[in-house]
Design a protein around this ligand. Structure first.
Ligand SMILES: NC(=O)c1ccc[n+]([C@@H]2O[C@H](COP(=O)([O-])OP(=O)(O)OC[C@H]3O[C@@H](n4cnc5c(N)ncnc54)[C@H](O)[C@@H]3O)[C@@H](O)[C@H]2O)c1
Ligand SMILES: [Zn+2]
Length: 401
C-alpha cells in the first residue's frame, strides 16, 4: 500500500498568448545553439514554423527542421526523425505541433541520447537517464504532452499504440502559446479538446495510491489520484465546459483558445500524476484499427466508460456534473452523476464527435478483438476504479457500438 504521493511537471512552464517570443531568451539562457525542430507539413502550411522563425530572429539561421511528422506517429516516423537528429547533432530538440509531433520529439530526444530502438524503452521506467534537452510547443489544446511523462507511437504491425513512460520524458521547457491553436481546424479543436476532457475525468475518477497493492506499485506509471491532480482536473473540466464549444465554433476567440490551452495543460498535469484508464485502453486498439484520431476515439468512448465506472465513484461523478455546470441542487448523487454523463454526451454531440463505433466504420465482429487487446494493457486496467474483466470491456464496447 502506498501512503504518499508525489507530483511532477515539465522543468519549466511558460504560458500565455504571445509567449513564443520568449523562445530565443530561453535558448540563450541555456546556451543552446543547434536546435532541431520536429514538426509536420500541416504546421508548416499553417504558418506556425514561420512564426517560430520570426520569434527567433537572427538565430533562426541555425535552425534545423524535420517536417515529416505525422498524426499518430508510426515507428517509421520515429526512425526518420532519429536519422535527422543523427545528421544534425542538435543540442536541443523542439517539438512544434499537436501531441503527435511532441511525442515524436520526445522519442527523438531519447534515441538521440541513448541510441537503440524505440522498443528498447517501451513500458514504464525503461529510460536510463536524462535525454537530449527537450522543448515542447503545443499547437493543439488536447494532449498535455508538453508536461507529461508519456510518448505514444503506433505499431502498425501489431495494431497497437505503444507507450514509453518515463520521468525523463518530461520536457525541460513547456512553452504554451494559445495563439498557436487558432489555426487548428474545427475538427482537431473538437477532438483534441475531448481528449483533454477525458484526461481530466479519468484522472479525477481513477484509484487512489492507497488502493494499489504493493506489487502494483512496482510498475506503476500512473500512481493514482492525489489532491493536486484533483485540483488540476477539476479546473480543467470547468474550463472545457466553458470554452470548448466556443473554440470549435469561433476559432479566433482568444479567450476560448486560452481557456482550452490551459485546460489541456492542467489535464496533462492531472493525468500524468494521477492516471488515464479504461477509456484510453479501449481507444488504443480501436484507434489503430479504425484510423480514428486519439481524441475522436476517446471522446466517443468517454460517456460509456463513465457509466461503467459510476457505481464505484458516485461522489466524484456527482462533482464532475457540478464542474460541467449541471444543476445538481437537491438531487441524489446517483442522479447528479447521471446528469454529468448526459452533459458529456451533449458536449460530444455539439462538437461533432460521432455517437458510436459503427459511425466511424467499426464492425461488431471487431469488438472482441478490441476488448482482448485493451485487457492486456494492465497499467490502465489496474488503475481504473473498477477492475474490468474482458466481458466487462466487451459490454462497454457493445453499448458504444
Ligand atoms: N504524450 C502524451 O502525454 C499524450 C497524451 C494524449 C495523447 N497523445 C498522443 O497525441 C496524438 C494526438 O495529438 P493531437 O490530438 O494533439 O493531434 P495531432 O498532433 O495528431 O494533430 C492532428 C492534425 O492537426 C494538425 N494540426 C495540429 N495543430 C495545428 C494547428 N495549430 N494548425 C493547423 N493544423 C494543426 C496536425 O498537423 C495533424 O495533422 C496521438 O498520437 C496520441 O496518442 C499523447
Ligand atoms: Zn489522451
Amino acid at each position: 500500500m502506498r501512503t504518499y504521493w508525489d507530483f511532477h511537471s515539465a522543468g519549466k512552464l511558460l504560458f500565455g498568448s504571445g509567449v513564443l517570443k520568449q523562445l530565443p531568451v530561453e535558448l540563450k539562457r541555456n546556451g543552446y545553439t543547434r536546435p532541431l525542430i520536429i514538426t509536420d507539413r500541416n504546421i508548416v502550411q499553417a504558418g506556425l514554423l514561420e512564426r517560430l522563425k520570426l520569434a527567433l530572429g537572427d538565430s533562426a539561421k541555425h535552425l534545423r527542421v524535420f517536417d515529416e511528422g505525422e498524426a499518430e506517429p508510426s515507428l517509421k516516423a520515429a526512425q526518420l526523425a532519429r536519422e535527422a537528429a543523427n545528421e544534425t547533432a542538435p543540442d536541443v530538440i523542439i517539438g512544434l505541433g499537436g501531441g503527435s509531433n511532441l511525442d515524436l520529439a520526445k522519442i527523438t530526444a531519447l534515441l538521440h541520447c541513448h541510441r537503440g530502438q524505440p522498443a528498447d524503452y517501451f513500458g514504464f521506467d525503461q529510460v536510463p537517464g536524462s535525454v537530449t534537452p527537450l522543448i515542447c510547443i503545443p499547437t493543439t489544446a488536447g494532449t498535455g504532452s508538453e508536461v507529461s511523462h508519456a510518448a505514444v507511437l503506433t505499431d502498425t504491425e501489431s495494431g497497437l499504440k505503444v507507450s514509453t513512460l518515463s520521468a525523463h520524458l518530461r520536457p525541460s521547457l513547456a512553452l504554451v502559446d494559445p495563439a498557436l491553436t487558432e489555426t487548428c481546424p474545427a475538427r482537431v479543436t473538437a477532438e483534441s479538446g475531448m481528449d483533454a476532457l477525458t484526461h481530466a475525468i479519468e484522472a479525477y475518477t481513477c484509484r487512489l495510491p492507497l488502493e494499489m497493492k504493493e506489487d502494483d506499485d512496482v510498475m506503476m506509471p500512473y500512481p493514482g489520484k492525489n489532491p493536486v491532480s484533483d485540483a488540476f482536473a477539476e479546473k480543467a473540466i470547468r474550463l472545457v465546459a466553458r470554452h470548448l464549444v466556443r473554440a470549435v465554433k469561433h476559432p479566433s476567440d482568444t479567450m476560448a483558445r486560452e481557456g482550452m490551452a490551459l485546460a489541456a495543460t492542467l489535464a496533462g498535469l492531472a493525468f500524468s500524476n494521477g492516471a488515464v484508464a479504461v477509456v484510453h485502453a479501449l481507444e488504443y486498439p480501436m484507434g489503430v484499427a479504425l484510423h480514428c484520431s486519439h481524441g475522436q476515439g476517446n471522446g466517443l468512448l468517454l460517456p460509456y466508460v463513465m457509466r461503467f465506472n459510476k457505481p464505484a465513484r458516485l461522489e466524484e461523478f456527482a462533482s464532475i456534473a457540478d464542474f460541467l455546470g449541471c444543476d445538481i441542487e437537491g438531487v441524489s448523487r446517483e442522479e447528479a452523476a447521471e446528469l454529468g454523463i448526459r452533459a458529456v454526451e451533449k458536449l460530444k454531440e455539439t462538437v461533432g464527435i460521432p455517437r458510436g463505433i459503427r459511425d466511424i466504420g467499426g464492425k461488431d465482429t471487431q469488438l472482441e478483438g478490441f476488448a482482448d487487446k485493451s485487457h492486456q494493457i494492465s497499467r490502465l486496467m489496474n488503475i481504473n476504479p473498477i477492475q474490468p474483466s474482458k466481458d466487462d470491456l466487451l459490454s462497454i464496447l457493445k453499448a458504444a457500438f
